[in-house]
Design a binder for this molecule. Sequence first.
Ligand code: CTP
Length: 452
Amino acid sequence: MSGAGAGRLVGRTVGLGITGSIAAFKAVELLRLLQAEGADVRVLATPSALRFVAPLTLAALSRHPVDADVLDLPPDGRIGHIATASEADAIVVAPATANWLGAMANGLAADPITAACLATRAPVVVAPAMDGEMYAHPATRANVARLRDFGYRIVEPELGPLASGQVGVGRLAALPQIVAAVVAAVAGAPDRRDLAGRHVVVTAGGTAEPIDPVRFVGNRSSGRMGVAVAEAALGRGARVTLIVGHVAVPLPPAAAVVRAETTGAMREALLAALDAGDGRTGFDALVMAAAVADFRPTRPAGTKLARGSALTLELEPTPDLLAEVVRRVRGLGPDGLPAAPALVPAPVLVGFAAETGSLARAADKLARKGVDLLVANDVAEPGSGFGTETNRVTLYARSAEPEAWPLLSKRAVAERLLDRVVALLSPDRASPPGGAPATDDRVPSSVQEVPS
Ligand code: CTP
């Protein structure tokens, strides 16, 4: 990130609609500028836009497939423009051609950008670019006026030399001006900075337990779910520490990232984060989305094992990190009996449970782990497994019936989960050290004694 206003879109999702003007090449730079502000950018394009700028460029830079056909289904089976419409904090159409303005003014949803704009509740920013005479035509003026009536923010084109060789009002506005309009539009969106002043620790990805210096025992976790929680928490104003094992997705630049390849390293990182050093708990919430190994090689080899005949690995169980954090928070020893004062204020503790075939064990896991919330999913179900963009989860909370959520994007799961975390946060947590200690009347005493 660079520039005076860097980070103004951290944790935000922006839909970038590109239509078929020669200025489409500038959309590549606009994408970069939005990313530099911290935005996750999803590109929607009309077929003619893709004659000016290659989808490979846009997909590679945005790290998402380009949605170019309103009838196309992306690999995860969702409808691309509807997914963008529901997840975007803003949609910016730049450049917008006269043809697209006409389609939008009349609600003709033949392209994914118009369709997404019709389907979204997010603010829409439109930056037209075309020949000066075309922009001045009453038809275009009427279409622009209609878009203003919808509440869309119009970033007026500038006076300058045009592709035709003429000089007129039709040049795409300066890119920083378009970025500023997106920032302003997002700022006008409903305020969800309900985690401002809070510290959220998220674990993500899978641990890798060494067999020898080259090989490891690992798992299929991509880290997507944990990273989505981290991004959502950042977007809601939290300070985020992201403790990651092996991940296959980019990490949000605004998070403090701690690399923890093994269960042992992840344990150390968690315990370090738990203790703020001033007698208070170091975080307000822990979301344990990492796929922590349950077993690790008992005696990893110090040098690379040579290829030979069959190899038998002896595995030992790893410590249960979440259970240990819960015990320390509640002041319990390894035997589950009171051993020390409980930490104040009590953080909200969230576990995940990846099951296969049935969620029958999840309620028991909630009690066994002693967490406030447990997010369970069946990783064998289509759209819910490792590496997918979506998840279908059931939320388990104490003294409440399990809630089965529909198939959602991982980001939407993260937002819903954070809604629940926010509702459970200790009210005085944001007060400075030395303030009145929180009484944890949230946790029933029967649950404070967690079996190890
Ligand atoms: N977890 C942990 N330490 C471990 C294993 C798991 O902290 N050694 C955490 C995971 O990050 C997750 C939760 O515990 O938040 C549940 O993980 P899961 O693998 O579903 O449960 P297990 O405790 O391993 O129980 P089981 O093997 O019986 O499914």
